[in-house]
Design a protein around this ligand. Structure first.
Ligand SMILES: Nc1nc2c(ncn2[C@@H]2O[C@H](COP(=O)(O)OP(=O)(O)OP(=O)(O)O)[C@@H](O)[C@H]2O)c(=O)[nH]1
Ligand SMILES: [Mg+2]
Ligand SMILES: [Zn+2]
Length: 299
């Protein structure tokens, strides 16, 4: 009798993990979803399978399967946890809840350090009087920015174009309208959304899991749970400047190699701040994060 190997390559199917919870991993093979468990040996390796991962699974009956192999990742975002995305759409509301530039900045640094292109989306622009978003000038020169209202439909075509044929993640605080934006882009999707609490003006953490959704125009987008704080990524203080595009553009002019653009003389970054080439508000954010990274080093 010929013993059939369980791992015979020809029967394994490739898929993308689109959801994961309660020990189940939902792998999409391009046509349908398979509800998969992990092969037991994953318990003995420290490989964690996450949404966005490419896997090979053994299809079973009735749409069930077993994941046998985790394929290499192109990118990895720790928070929200998602693998293989090309770009992160960082969503903030212009009001309700008010934007938090310190948190937005952390996100921008985290995305760039994971080699993921950030796009900033200011949503709920219908809540501003004149449709103007004050914060935009701070970012427009250095990042891609889209301005949207999931309510009136403003900017949705722009957002749709940005997502087309890419693998993206929507990330940002609770209540800013991430899920509402996706529902507006994909009529028929009907994901659950939640009112912002009228007292605290904060979201209610309605989305509980990361979920990847196929876009009709091609591409995938992940909805994710909102959060209120974010640690800076594990980077060296020396690396921080290169994760601020406006500061990065000046780096070659510094006299000292390894300049942290803080107390050093002949620093091109400080000169650029003085001449107005780099906005002071951006430099101050850089210094705030730099202090945080230096503090970390002390422990
Ligand atoms: N006025 C206005 N309200 C919006 C807009 N987009 C979303 N909302 C409302 O904001 C509230 C929160 O929306 P959600 O889509 O649940 O927010 P979320 O970012 O997915 O929040 P979490 O899932 O908790 O992270 C809902 O009451 C939406 O109707 C918008 O463009 N304008
Ligand atoms: Mg949501
Ligand atoms: Zn410098």
């Amino acid at each position: 009798m010929v013993k059939r190997s369980l791992n015979s390559q020809d029967t394994l199917v490739k898929g993308i993990v689109v959801k994961a919870y309660s020990g189940f991993y939902y792998a999409h093979d391009g046509r349908r979803e398979w509800e998969c468990k992990l092969r037991g040996r994953f318990r003995y390796t420290n490989q964690q399978v996450m949404v966005g991962d490419h896997v090979e699974f053994m299809p079973g009956q009735d749409g069930y399967g077993v994941i046998e192999k985790l394929l290499p990742r192109r990118t990895l975002l720790v928070r929200p946890p998602v693998a293989n995305v090309d770009q992160a759409v960082i969503v903030f509301a212009v009001r309700e809840p008010d934007p938090n530039p310190g948190l937005l900045g952390r996100f921008l640094v985290a995305a760039l350090s994971s080699r993921i292109e950030p796009i900033i989306c200011f949503n709920k622009v219908d809540l501003t009087k004149d449709g103007q978003v004050e914060l935009v000038s701070q970012y427009r020169e250095n990042y891609r920015v889209v301005i949207t209202s999931a309510k009136t439909g403003k900017g949705l075509d722009n957002l749709r174009d940005s997502l087309k044929e890419k693998i993206s993640v929507l990330a940002g605080p609770s209540g800013v309208g991430k899920t509402t934006l996706l529902n507006a882009l994909l009529p028929g999707l009907k994901l659950k959304t939640g009112e912002v609490s009228s007292k605290l003006k904060q979201g209610r953490h309605t989305t509980r899991h990361v979920e990847l959704i196929y876009l009709p125009e091609g591409g995938l987008v992940a909805d994710t749970p909102g959060f209120t704080s974010l640690e800076l990524p594990e980077i060296k203080p020396e690396e921080l400047a290169s994760l601020f595009p406006d500061i990065k553009a000046c780096l070659t002019g510094c006299y000292f190699k390894g300049c942290l653009h803080f107390k050093e003389p002949k620093c091109a970054v400080k000169e650029a701040v003085e001449s107005g080439k780099i906005q002071e508000i951006r430099y101050n954010q850089y210094l705030e994060y730099l202090a945080e990274l230096m503090d970390r080093r002390r422990y």
